[in-house]
Design a protein around this ligand. Structure first.
Ligand code: ZN
Length: 439
């Protein structure tokens, strides 16, 4: 279906980061993922070709706070045949055709008996909806409304060759050590079947962000999670409850491959450092980006921001869930995401991390009146042009506000000066021994 276009795009832009991210999404796209099972394992094996992740398995039945790790679900095939023996719906055409987590079934039913097991979208008659039934044992098929309308009275053979048995919940984890033990959490869900923006875009951005961070000097340590939504985050938090306190900042990454402007949903804390940093970076890049308040709905920030953990974890996306009509349908496919948007998202996350890494506090070591900058070679450093005047102002702001209570982000906000110039000024003052780092 999408192969032709994908091949053309690949040949045009083979070497860009965006194209590599798109290729990773395309490689994972056909796999039937769910909250457990071989689809998650296969996807993690693909990620492992890029990053040395640990793959962890937690057994069915393990209590994880108020929940329990469910039985493991796997599927080989599914179809509906009419009385002529024609396969009118086939799992092989789209894994969205099967209600995700359907129990096995093989029987002959009338249209009346079949109808309650069919899911479709009247508003989007060409598209197949994505539906799940994780915690209520059921079976079903998802079809386009146009196909539903063609169904006539008949005897239908329904077959779902699945298993729902004790097994494991699988997740991937990658830890990247920095200078300090304080951690930044990057979390992406890995439980949706053939859906591109919702699921694969976040995974691709997280993988390529990790690859970039491997090459960068790091103050913080980084922990990347590739986990099934909700139950995966709950399981990880239950297994790692004691270590969760090391996480000082975090981002859930999702919906990052479409054309929409960026949306940042703040953590429950509302004014955490990550909230202020992402807001500042987004606003500095484009006023069309938006920052929205925390609500206890959405992706795994729901678990990270539950009151018992209250972690400083927000969610970065472009369009938000429910905000684009392709959401949770067969139209959220490889045509809906684009290499350039994935690359823009990667660049944005890198910028956020660079800002977070640089956001330190300094102490002015010469606080009694202004120090004499000229004798230290810091006055009119760049020959009196506008750049130089701006840099002079940044030096004065950093000196003035570096009383031990203001971070570079505070200085950037108060001075309304570009963060990078503030950072450069702080570095020059550090070299001149006029300030020292205090955190
Ligand atoms: Zn989703």
């Amino acid at each position: 279906m999408h192969t032709d276009k994908f091949t053309i795009k690949q040949s045009v832009l083979t070497n860009s980061a965006g194209e590599k991210m798109y290729a990773l999404a395309a490689e994972m796209f056909p796999i039937c993922r769910s909250i457990t099972g071989n689809g998650v394992r296969q996807s993690l094996d693909i990620i492992k070709k890029h990053l040395p992740i640990d793959i962890n398995e937690v057994p069915t039945g393990r209590k994880v706070f108020d929940w329990e790790v469910p039985k493991e679900w796997n599927i080989k095939n599914a179809y509906i045949k009419n009385s002529q023996g024609e396969e009118i719906i086939s799992f092989k055409n789209s894994n969205l055709h099967v209600l995700n987590y359907s129990v096995p079934v093989h029987k002959h039913v009338s249209l009346d008996e079949l109808r309650p097991h069919l899911f479709f979208l009247q508003d989007q008659p060409d598209w197949i909806p994505y539906r799940t039934s994780y915690y209520k044992e059921d079976w079903g098929f998802c079809i386009s409304y146009n196909q539903f309308k063609t169904l006539t009275e008949d005897v239908y053979e329904v077959f779902i060759d699945s298993t729902l048995e004790p097994g494991h919940l699988t997740y991937g984890e990658y830890y990247l050590r920095g200078a300090v033990e304080d951690e930044v959490l990057i979390s992406a869900h890995i439980c949706h079947p053939s859906l591109a923006n919702d699921n694969l875009s976040g995974i691709s951005v997280a993988v390529f962000l990790a690859k970039q961070l491997e090459k960068m000097p790091r103050r913080y340590s980084y922990r990347f999670l590739f986990i099934p939504g909700t139950i995966g985050a709950i399981t990880w938090l239950a297994v790692n409850e004691k270590n969760a306190a090391k996480i000082k900042h975090g981002l859930v990454l999702s919906l990052l491959g479409d054309a929409g402007n960026f949306t940042y949903k703040k953590s429950r804390r509302d004014t955490a450092e990550i909230d202020r940093i992402v807001s500042a970076v987004l606003m500095a890049s484009d006023s069309k980006n938006r920052v929205i308040d925390f609500i206890p709905y959405g992706y795994d920030e729901r678990q990270y921001c539950s009151p018992g953990f209250n972690m400083a974890v927000g969610c970065l996306s472009r369009s938000t869930y429910g905000q684009y009509i392709q959401y949770h349908t067969s139209a959220d496919n490889l045509d809906f995401i684009r290499p350039e948007f994935l690359e823009g998202s990667l660049n944005m996350t890198v910028k956020i991390i660079e800002t977070l890494e640089a956001n330190q506090k300094f102490l002015n070591l010469n606080p009694m009146c202004e120090p004499q900058l000229g004798k230290r070679g810091l006055y009119n450093l760049r020959g009196g042009n506008n750049d130089s005047k701006e840099f002079q102002m940044a030096l004065l702001w950093v000196l003035n506000l570096s009383d031990g209570t203001h971070s570079l982000l505070d200085i950037h906000v108060r001075s309304k000066m570009n963060f990078d110039i503030v950072k450069e000024a702080a570095n020059s003052l550090l070299e001149a021994k006029l300030v020292r780092e205090i955190s």
